[in-house]
Write a protein that binds this ligand. Structure first.
Ligand SMILES: NC(=O)c1ccc[n+]([C@@H]2O[C@H](COP(=O)([O-])OP(=O)(O)OC[C@H]3O[C@@H](n4cnc5c(N)ncnc54)[C@H](O)[C@@H]3O)[C@@H](O)[C@H]2O)c1
Length: 263
């Protein structure tokens, strides 16, 4: 991959594992400075060390719980302090909300989902705006899900948060177009750590998902999701904003029927 993000700086939430880790590596390969903001301290530190050692890249890790507004604001400040500028914010972190039928979903799950999945991006975007609007290079990439778009079953907290995130992104795209900030959404399909956990809990679901994918496989975080995130973070996407890109081998076209096992 050419150095399409040379001189640019990015914050990637949840960048220690899975899709976030893949995007972080793709950004490093494209020449960007990267701040990995991650709740899992071990995974975040390991990812930053590996990327520094493998690529000689300018990669930092800051332990961050994106459900905490102050920590999100500190994350943005840390990136600016380390790199002197911030061009790209990737809101990718998600975790910890159990699957349940709608009628059995505790209100707390919905609230927690909103904080990690939607409020975190809102806080991050507000805090990053002064930097994102400085150089005409500002980009926001929010990671949503076909799960929300298609209203898959037994994940109402997830679906609500992800669809709020999409309209946040589109609203920012409209309001911030005058600042040349492009805001887009990726709905990915990839074999991440979360996918591996799901596959271990429900191999039959995982097999169904693979078989239902038009390309016959779920994607790879680095090689399939990474390049699209690089495109959305760079100059090639300067006239593309407010879009949802399904980076999923085509599985959104006819939809993928799936549901986790719940009581
Ligand atoms: N894997 C897929 O096929 C798929 C499909 C649709 C959407 N997504 C979305 O892609 C994104 C990444 O998912 P993934 O599959 O790589 O998941 P993952 O569980 O493999 O990685 C998520 C990362 O976020 C981190 N994280 C969790 N809570 C956090 C918090 N409060 N603060 C900071 N970091 C936190 C985790 O530690 C982990 O490193 C998520 O937003 C997910 O909803 C993934």
């Amino acid at each position: 991959m050419s150095e399409r993000l040379a001189g640019r700086s990015a914050v990637i939430t949840g960048g220690g594992l899975g899709i976030g880790r893949g995007i972080a590596e793709a950004y490093v390969q494209a020449g960007a400075n990267v701040l990995i903001a991650e709740l899992n301290e071990e995974a975040g530190a390991k990812a930053a060390t590996e990327l520094r050692e493998q690529y000689g890249a300018n990669v930092e890790f800051v332990r961050t719980d994106v459900a905490d507004r102050q920590q999100v604001q500190d994350m943005i400040a840390t990136a600016v302090e380390h790199f002197g500028r911030l061009d790209v914010l990737v809101n990718n972190a998600w975790g910890g909300i159990p699957y349940a039928r709608l009628e059995k979903t505790p209100e707390g799950s919905v609230r927690a989902g909103f904080e990690v999945g939607a409020m975190a991006a809102f806080w991050g975007m507000q805090a990053a705006f002064p930097e994102l609007s400085k150089h005409g290079t500002g980009r926001v990439i929010n990671i949503a899900s076909l799960n929300g778009v298609n209203a898959h079953m037994y994940s109402v907290a997830y679906n609500m948060a992800k669809e709020a995130l999409r309209t946040l992104t589109r609203t920012a795209a409209r309001e911030w177009a005058e600042h040349q900030i492009c805001c887009n959404i990726i709905c990915p399909g990839a074999k991440s750590d979360a996918y591996n956990r799901m596959a271990a809990a429900s191999p039959e679901n995982a097999a169904r998902m693979d078989a239902a994918n038009p390309m016959g496989r779920l994607g790879d975080p680095l090689d399939d999701i990474g390049p699209v995130a690089v495109f959305l973070g760079g100059d090639d996407c300067r006239y593309l904003t407010g879009n949802t890109l399904f980076v999923d081998g085509g599985s959104h076209i006819n939809g993928v029927q799936w549901a986790p096992n719940v009581d």
